[in-house]
Design a protein around this ligand. Structure first.
Ligand code: ZN
Length: 379
């Protein structure tokens, strides 16, 4: 048990150290530390919605937003304001088309989902794509509400309530000034560069301490980005202090963004089960003990789930592992990026004792086993 808690204690010391030097991280620092890309759906030049594709997160300083946006748009989108009911220009707009983010142009709603709610704010029963509109708990004004933000730039859009019409029963109550309308016959004008880039996908795996698994996948050709983070629990507890204390449902996870034309999901699974971690260890991984270190695949489609199940059956049948595989299959509700000092930790801290003992042997193993698939080979 003493040994088991070593990593937790050690990692908390590391966390304490980092925060001690730079002071506690403010929310804006956290935001900057988040993944530099998001997976969203965008329009291509033919006016078709495609994706999810990887798009660069739009990050600007408060001063930049203030100088670029009209005053009222800035007040609502960047300062969580609310426009007066009944005043929005798009409130009574009945034209067919698409409503996009007033700050970054990400498509957010279709006219088909717009309805007259009688509230005085433009209302929709669903977003254009679940990836594009983020839910966030909002406890301001003495109420618990769910706030909606643009997934790409964090613009405040409005709130969602459970009193909408069918088929979703939801009411996305939006500020008109947060939205820009494009008529249906001009959707090509929303063409996003991300739509023309290679179609990237993401996979989310939990295999113990995220420093180690992140470092393993960073080696492989076709992997565009690996972000350490948390999944399986709630937004309010998605932080290192609470997750590492074992008081949440989160697991330490990595999100791998990859080009399926170069490296496929089958290969990611093979690396996960045979190099990145030991899938026979229940609620622990080496010296790290607790549910937060469980072995899990967070699947994003039924197809992914079926492929993981089939691969586990194959591994079990092969007798490769002496013990049963205990990996859990969990639907990915949301991925939360971890604090900045956890990103690229192994690369930044190659001399750390834990890194040398736990992570580097795995990095060596993936480099030996997949020599021809490493980044930079054959270029
Ligand atoms: Zn936006």
């Amino acid at each position: 048990m003493l040994v088991g808690t070593f990593c937790v204690v050690f990692m908390m010391l590391v966390a304490g150290c980092v925060e001690g030097e730079s002071g506690p991280q403010s929310m804006s620092e956290r935001n900057e530390a988040m993944a530099s890309t998001v997976m969203v759906r965008v329009f291509n030049k033919d006016g078709e919605l495609v994706g999810p594709v990887s798009s660069d997160r739009v990050v600007k300083s408060d001063e930049q937003w203030a100088s670029e946006l009209p005053r009222q748009v800035y007040e609502v989108t960047r300062r969580d304001g609310t426009e007066r009911a009944g005043t929005g220009e798009l409130l009574n707009n009945k034209a067919e088309g698409v409503y996009s983010c007033a700050c970054c142009g990400l498509p957010l709603f279709r006219s088909e989902a717009k309805y007259e709610s009688g509230t005085g704010w433009p209302s929709f029963y669903e977003p254009i794509a679940a990836e594009n509109v983020v839910d966030k708990k909002d406890t301001s004004h003495g109420m618990v509400r769910v706030e909606n933000e643009c997934a790409r730039c964090g613009a405040h859009l409005g709130h969602v309530f459970p009193d909408g019409p069918r088929p979703t029963g939801l009411r996305y109550c939006m500020n008109s000034v947060s939205l820009v309308f494009t008529p249906a016959d001009e959707l090509g004008s929303l063409a996003d560069p991300a739509a023309e880039a290679p179609l990237l996908r993401s996979a989310v795996f939990a295999g113990g301490c995220f420093w180690c698994t992140e470092a393993v996948y960073e080696q492989l050709e076709g992997v565009h980005e690996v972000v350490s983070g948390y999944a399986g629990g709630e937004a309010r507890t998605a932080n290192y202090a609470q997750v590492s204390a074992g008081r949440t449902d989160h697991a330490e996870v990595i999100r791998i963004t990859y080009d399926p034309a170069v490296i496929d999901y089958a290969m990611l699974l093979e690396v996960f089960f045979t190099v990145a971690h030991d899938p026979t260890q229940l609620n622990r991984q080496g010296p790290d003990v607790g549910r937060q270190y469980r072995s899990a695949v967070f699947y994003q489609s039924e197809e992914e789930r079926a492929r993981v199940e089939a691969y586990i059956e194959e591994l079990e049948a092969s007798g490769r592992f002496g013990d049963p595989i205990v990996t859990t299959l969990e639907p990915l509700e949301q991925f939360y990026a971890a604090e900045a000092y956890h990103q690229d930790f192994v690369e930044q801290n190659p001399m750390q004792p834990y890194v040398r003992q736990q992570a580097l042997p795995k990095v060596d193993k993936v480099r030996r086993k997949y020599e021809s698939r490493l980044k930079g080979v054959g270029q």
